[in-house]
Ligand binder design. Structure first.
Ligand code: GDP
Ligand code: MG
Length: 354
């Protein structure tokens, strides 16, 4: 058994010193934040050796202690080993000082990934600080202020906006297209909807009803060339919203069909819709498949149904994509929020039990 103290500016620096000197088997016994003009983190780490093997390898064996002492020593080592093993099994948060451990558990409870949570609590002094850091991390994704100006501000580089919504089946694409179209109309824009039904599975009734309800034209197309013609036909519109039929993103043909659309050279803004009521791992996996497409924005749907919203932070942080908006219910029009990063952070931290 070897026990040693390590000091460094941050917890992860100290941890890497531990790993370097004592190896991956080292176990953190304690860690403390040392305050002062130059604050630092002090970690006490231990590494366990097999005493018997260590002695037998030694060229100058130790003199054997009396039998009773040896039994006691072995007993103590066993207890220590068990203690270390249980600490190892508890995970990285065991090494955090109490206040930070509390923040770590708070973030974990919101479904924020352990490694991201660890990095956050390392930088945060308190919960308020956490809020600011999360908000900052996400603001680096530019957020949807850019969306607001890009889609609704016609002085932007495109004279016309073509916005395509993609995402898994049931994510809320059709409903959201209707919400966006209603908003555009309400703001005095001329809008039209194009439904892309590449598999001709006929899932168009819903969008037909919405287009009638909003009072705007609808075109149903089945491939990229037809889409191009439709865009041309709607030349007089300010905004075209493209609804796609979601398929299993693991299906290569489906992604290939979508890719064909980009080959037309149309200036399409792509929004990937993800339902936050889905499992976090599913969302990460979904992004990996859709990431093969030029995704401009992520939009999170069904925030009203979600028990936890940490996956929003996880996705923003991993993929560094701006968030276009969130949707908050089934109602059309309405139930869509162009929420800013501060408010979104607040929502992430307040959703779920405290
Ligand atoms: N609770 C809730 N339900 C939603 C929301 N957005 C869509 N839905 C519902 O989710 C279901 C699937 O939506 P749909 O637009 O057909 O998904 P699509 O397959 O991606 O086109 C419908 O029952 C919608 O009413 C939302 O923000 N909150
Ligand atoms: Mg649909």
């Amino acid at each position: 058994m070897k026990i040693k103290k390590f000091q460094a500016r941050t917890f992860s620096e100290a941890l890497s010193c531990v790993k370097k000197e004592l190896g991956d088997d080292a176990v953190i016994i304690s860690s403390e934040d040392r305050k002062g003009s130059r604050p630092y983190v002090e970690i006490t780490a231990a590494v366990d050796y097999d005493v018997e093997r260590y002695d037998s390898k030694s060229s100058a064996p130790l003199a054997a202690p009396p039998a009773g002492d040896l039994a006691e020593l072995k007993n103590e080592i066993r207890t220590l080993r068990e203690c270390i093993e249980s600490m190892r099994n508890s995970g990285c948060e065991m090494t955090l000082p109490a206040e930070r451990k509390k923040m770590f558990y708070f973030l974990r409870e919101k479904s924020i990934r352990d490694d991201y949570a660890l990095h956050l609590v390392e930088r945060a002094k308190d919960i308020d600080d956490l809020e600011m850091l999360i908000s900052e991390d996400m603001s680096r994704t530019k957020f949807f202020d850019s969306f607001r100006s890009s889609v609704w501000d016609m002085s932007d580089r495109y004279s016309k906006r073509i916005v395509m919504l993609i995402g898994p089946t049931g994510a809320g694409k059709t409903t959201t297209v209707a919400k966006l179209a209603s908003k555009a109309v309400k703001e005095g824009r001329k809008a039209a909807i194009i439904g892309v039904d590449t598999f001709k599975i006929g899932a168009i009734e819903q969008i037909r009803i919405y287009s009638k309800m909003i009072g705007i034209p609808l075109d149903i197309v089945s491939d990229a060339q037809e889409l191009k013609k439709s865009v041309k036909k709607f030349n007089d519109k300010d905004i075209l919203l493209i609804d796609t039929t979601g398929q299993n993103p693991k299906d290569e043909q489906y992604i290939k069909n979508l890719k064909e659309i980009y080959k037309t050279g149309l200036p399409i803004e792509t929004q990937l819709l993800m339902s936050v009521s889905s499992d976090g791992d599913f969302l990460m996996d979904t992004y990996k498949h859709y990431g093969a497409l030029p995704v401009d924005y992520i939009a999170f749907t069904k925030t009203d149904e979600a028990v936890k919203l940490g996956s929003i932070y996880n996705l923003c942080r991993t993929y560094r994509k701006p968030v276009a908006y969130i949707t908050t219910g089934q109602r059309v029009p309405g139930n869509i929020e162009f929420i800013d990063n501060r408010k979104l952070t607040n929502l992430i931290l307040r959703t779920g039990s405290a």
